[in-house]
Design a binder for this molecule. Structure first.
Ligand SMILES: [Zn+2]
Length: 278
């Protein structure tokens, strides 16, 4: 690393490709032109005792009216045949609405979803309005007894998270965030321990939209509007077949929250503010 850095500095001093040197700046002199961790690494929470995976639920309540919308792109390992027979686990209309309304958002994507919809995954991964995070590969539960989901055994938890990152990368998501959402939001100490050392922050929420399997958009809308407080994290879904009202809900809720003085941010911003507050 040092020789390369010296070479880059020497090239800059000689005036060769000054523009490139200036554009690179001191933070981009790593081995493969990669940014230095301190300059670009997304904020995470400090691990607990023994490296235990930290859990984030919402941002500070006292730093103004910000709210983070999160969308889980669910698809379970065994749902391939359903997708093949025409069921839609994606929701392009919802993503278009978020773009139209200019709402930044965090998408927790399962690896299985990225395998199924690589073009959409890549598109989200390249759009600075969104950040893409990890929602496991299989969408199997990390605890026993979690909404009837099949379970990953504790020996397979880590591998499932890593496999999801591999799928995201293969789909063309260049910088998946070090944030992990447990399938069904179900976790315990054993699950947090199993993911220790991966460097991920587990991301829960404080506002349940109730969009999963909902048919009444007004009820979901009310639940979001009643629940949001400064620093809130709202959970919704980016899966047409299982959450058909979400686009309508977003189109109603966003202008109303803006009227109430709320600003939309990504989860990384709330985590950064929380980490900075400790
Ligand atoms: Zn999910």
């Amino acid at each position: 690393m040092i020789p390369l850095t010296r070479r880059l500095l020497a090239a800059c001093t000689l005036g060769a490709a000054l523009t490139a040197c200036g554009a690179q700046g001191p933070a981009r002199q790593g081995p493969a032109g990669s940014a230095s961790p301190s300059a670009t690494r997304p904020p995470v929470l400090t691990p607990g005792p023994g490296g235990l995976t930290p859990v984030f639920e919402h941002g500070p309540r006292t730093l103004g009216r910000t709210v983070a919308f999160t969308f889980d792109a669910d698809m379970t390992a065994d749902q391939g045949p359903r997708a093949a027979s025409g069921e839609h686990f994606d929701n392009p209309g919802l993503i278009a609405a978020l773009r139209e309304l200019k709402v930044p958002a965090t998408v927790f994507m399962t690896g299985r979803w990225a395998d199924q919809y690589p073009a959409e995954a890549r598109d989200l991964g390249h759009d600075p309005q969104f950040e893409v995070a990890n929602h496991s590969w299989s969408h199997y539960a990390f605890t026993a007894d979690c909404y009837g989901l099949p379970t990953v055994d504790s020996g397979g938890m880590r591998a499932d998270v890593q496999r999801a990152y591999n799928s995201l990368r293969a789909a063309g998501v260049p910088h998946a965030m070090p944030y992990f959402r447990f399938p069904g939001g179900c976790y315990d100490q054993r699950a947090l321990r199993a993911l220790s050392g991966l460097g991920v922050t587990a991301v829960q929420w404080d506002v349940v939209s109730g969009d999963a399997f909902a048919t009444d958009a007004d009820a979901v809308t009310r639940q979001v509007l009643d629940g949001v407080k400064p620093g809130s994290v709202v959970i919704m879904h980016c899966t047409r077949s299982a959450a058909p009202t979400t686009e309508r809900v977003v189109r109603t809720v966003v202008p109303e929250l803006r009227k109430r003085g709320y600003r939309f941010v990504k989860v990384s911003q709330l985590i950064g503010e929380t980490a900075g507050h400790r």
